[in-house]
Each structure stands twice: as structure tokens, then as C-alpha cells.
Design a protein around this ligand. Structure first.
Ligand SMILES: Cc1ncc(COP(=O)(O)O)c(C=O)c1O
Length: 403
């Protein structure tokens, strides 16, 4: 016989997932209702309005896609791109490579520009590539969790529009921890996830689409046989995924309530509660909370003698990368933190694997107690690994930062 689920107590201080806010977990444990129950459609409408507040947009087409963050990415790209469409992907980390990979599977004509991990592009570099490649879509990650830095987006919407492109961005790692303004920045499509600064579990991908993006998506609308009425759209070039066909998903979330998937009710409860908590706190306050605790963590790791990875001018508030000191086995140290103290910090991918740890302060875990505890434990682990550390230096620097 297996036992009921009873996970070990963990403090998740990596790059996500993090511990969910207990209020989100409580919302998820609420009983189900039918998918067309007025209570359910009411929750769906409230969720749309709440995410308009989170994304800072008036876009009617603001909803959640069922699935983890990459479901949102895949829905946006497969719905916006037709085979052969040119898409420009500036890559500065692992998740830029993911955008390229998904766009290639959409059979788009993918053009990339690349920067060294830990750096970002200048607007001029992106404009030069827009002029050279004339894409239909510019697809760029905002905060790339793999490198801890965020591509500034505020000028890119105007540049994309000037050169006739739509702008898509993935804000999974950055949303709510760093300023994001969908409308003010001219973003046409944006997707996120719950498991980082939104303080929820992975499994739901908030998305917002500008009227221009909706027009492009609906130009290929094809309503499934079986639910189609006379006069309904049947495209010769339908969107190449049924599950992620945003033209149909929009009809499910819109006044038509045309049947598509069965909305993942418990995840909807979670997504709604994540957004409700943020809108209640105020998005500016949430960003400021992440900035304050992220800065305390940054000052703490620096005081422990750790060298910070990435361009500090564009560092995300909610995650810091540090070079693993010489003589320390990064994975063994992480295992000690997990097994002896119940604290998880992150490893890294690709060129940074084995060289950089990533420490997050996000969502429910962007708190003073979590920052101080993590720094105190890190000090012990470094010291036992033979790294000379001044006693109390990390915690002391964090406390100074709070003061
Ligand atoms: C920036 C970014 N994009 C996409 C993803 C993929 O998210 P998921 O694992 O929820 O599909 C992640 C996950 O860490 C991420 O950080």
C-alpha cells in the first residue's frame, strides 16, 4: 500500500517553483462546479479582470491557458505563427532557446540573434535585426531565469510596431517581481506562469493578447466539427494545434462559451487566488517587496564573499546567480542544504552548469525570515566546505540592507 501524499517540509529558495502561498493552496482545495455553472463562468470572468490588473492591460483577451508556462508559450506561438512566417528570437539564455525550439516546431522561419548569457540586447541591436529580417513576430523572453537577467522591453513594442512586427514576450520568471506594463510597452502577446513571483503551483499559464494579435489569431479560426454551426469559420490553414488553438480557446472564455477543453477547475481557483492576492497588494507594492528582499539576499551573498553572476544593471529582483567558490562541489553543497536544513537552492543549465547557483526570493518566499535563514545556512555550508567566511557576515549585510 502507498501512503497518502505527505511531502517533506522544504523551503524552496531556488529559481522556482517556490512554496505556494497557503491561501492559494486553500483555494485549490475548494469543491468543483460544472464548467458552465454560473459560479464557474463568474470565476472565469473575474480571473480575466484580475489578470488585466496583473499584466497592466485593457486587453479583453486576457485569460489562462491550462498547462505549465510553456503551454502558454506554445499557445501564443502556434496561434500567431503560420508555417513559413518569419520570427525573430533574440536569445540570451535557456528560455530564448525554448522560444526558438517551439517556433521551429510551428514550422516558422526562425531567425535568431544571440548574446552571451548574463547580458541583454540593446534596443539598437534588436532594431538592426528587425530591419534585416523583417519578421512577422518578435519573440523575446523578459526575465530569463537561467541567467537571472531581464531584457528591457519598454522600447521594443514601439520598435516592433515601427517595423511591422508583433511583439510576444515570456514573463514567467519576471512577472510581479519586476515592473511589467503590457499596454504602455506595446506588447501584443504575453504569457506567464504561477510558480514564481505569483506564489502558486505550476499548471496554469496566464496570457494576454492585444486586439491586433487577436485579429491575426482569428484570421485562421476553424471551429471543430461537432460543435460547429452553419456559417461558422472553417479555415484552410487552421492553427496547427487543437489544444493550444487560441481562436477556439477565446470562444470558450468569451460570451459564446463555445465548448473546447474542460477548464482545469482547481488550477483556475489557484490562478484566480494568485492574481487576487497581487491585485490586493498592488502590483507596485509586489515589485517593491521583491526588490527589497532580493536586494537583501544580494547584499548577503556578496558579504559571504560570493561573486555575483550577470550584468548587475539588468538583474531581476527575484533571483540572484552566484559563482560556486573554488573547492566547493556545488551539487554536494546543495544536497547538504536540502538534507540537513530542508532548504532548496538552484543549480544552473548549459554553460553555467556546475559553475553557478541560483537563489530566488520570490512570491510567498520573498520574506525577511526566508532571506535570513537561507544566508545563515549558506554560511555554514561554505564554512564546512573550507571557504573562509566571516561569521554572521551574510545575515548582517542583509539586516543592514533592510535598515
Ligand atoms: C522564463 C521561463 N520561461 C518558461 C519556463 C517554462 O515553464 P514551465 O516549466 O512552467 O513550463 C520557465 C521555467 O522555469 C521560465 O523560467
Amino acid at each position: 500500500m502507498t501512503e497518502p501524499i505527505n511531502p517533506p517540509a522544504r523551503l524552496l529558495m531556488g529559481p522556482g517553483p517556490i512554496n505556494a502561498d497557503p491561501r492559494v493552496l486553500r483555494a485549490m482545495s475548494a469543491q468543483l462546479v460544472g464548467q458552465y455553472d454560473p459560479a464557474m463562468t463568474g470565476y472565469m470572468n473575474e480571473t480575466m479582470e484580475l489578470y488585466r490588473g496583473v499584466f497592466k492591460t485593457r486587453n479583453e483577451a486576457t485569460l489562462v491557458v491550462d498547462g505549465t508556462s510553456r503551454a502558454g508559450i506554445e499557445a501564443a506561438l502556434v496561434s500567431l505563427l503560420e508555417p513559413g512566417d518569419v520570427v525573430l528570437v533574440p536569445i540570451f539564455g535557456r528560455f530564448g532557446h525554448l522560444l526558438r525550439e517551439i517556433a521551429e516546431r510551428c514550422q516558422a522561419d526562425v531567425r535568431v540573434i544571440e548574446r552571451e548569457w548574463g547580458t541583454v540586447f540593446t534596443p539598437a541591436e534588436i532594431e538592426a535585426a528587425l530591419i534585416e529580417h523583417k519578421p512577422k513576430l518578435l519573440a523575446v523572453v523578459h526575465g530569463d531565469t537561467s541567467t537571472t537577467v531581464a531584457q528591457p522591453l519598454d522600447e521594443l513594442g514601439a520598435l516592433a510596431a515601427k517595423h511591422g512586427a508583433l511583439l510576444y514576450t515570456d514573463v514567467t520568471a519576471s512577472l510581479a517581481g519586476n515592473t511589467f506594463e503590457a499596454d504602455a510597452w506595446g506588447i501584443d502577446a504575453v504569457t506567464g506562469g504561477l510558480q514564481k513571483c505569483l506564489a502558486g503551483p505550476s499548471g496554469s499559464a496566464p496570457i494576454s493578447l492585444s486586439p491586433r494579435a487577436v485579429e491575426v489569431i482569428n484570421s485562421r479560426k476553424s471551429i471543430e466539427a461537432g460543435i460547429r454551426s452553419e456559417g461558422d469559420a472553417v479555415s484552410a490553414q487552421p492553427i496547427r494545434s487543437n489544444y493550444f488553438d487560441l481562436s477556439q480557446i477565446l470562444d470558450y472564455w468569451g460570451p459564446k462559451r463555445l465548448n473546447h477543453h474542460t477548464e482545469a477547475t482547481s488550477m483556475l481557483y489557484a490562478a484566480r487566488e494568485c492574481a487576487r492576492l497581487l491585485v490586493d497588494e498592488g502590483m507596485e507594492n509586489a515589485v517593491e517587496r521583491h526588490r527589497m528582499h532580493g536586494t537583501a539576499m544580494l547584499e548577503g551573498v556578496k558579504a559571504l564573499g560570493l561573486k555575483v553572476f550577470g550584468d548587475p544593471a539588468v538583474r531581476m529582483n527575484n533571483v540572484v546567480g552566484v559563482h560556486i567558490p573554488d573547492g566547493i562541489d556545488g551539487d554536494a553543497a546543495r544536497a547538504t542544504m536540502l538534507n540537513d536544513y530542508g532548504i532548496e537552492i538552484g543549480t544552473s543549465f548549459g554553460p553555467l552548469a556546475g559553475k553557478v547557483w541560483r537563489i530566488g526570493t520570490m512570491g510567498y518566499n520573498a520574506r525577511r525570515d526566508t532571506v535570513l535563514t537561507t544566508l545563515a545556512v549558506l554560511e555554514q555550508v561554505l564554512r564546512r566546505g573550507g571557504v573562509p567566511v566571516t561569521a554572521g557576515s551574510g545575515v548582517g549585510a542583509a539586516l543592514d540592507s533592510y535598515e
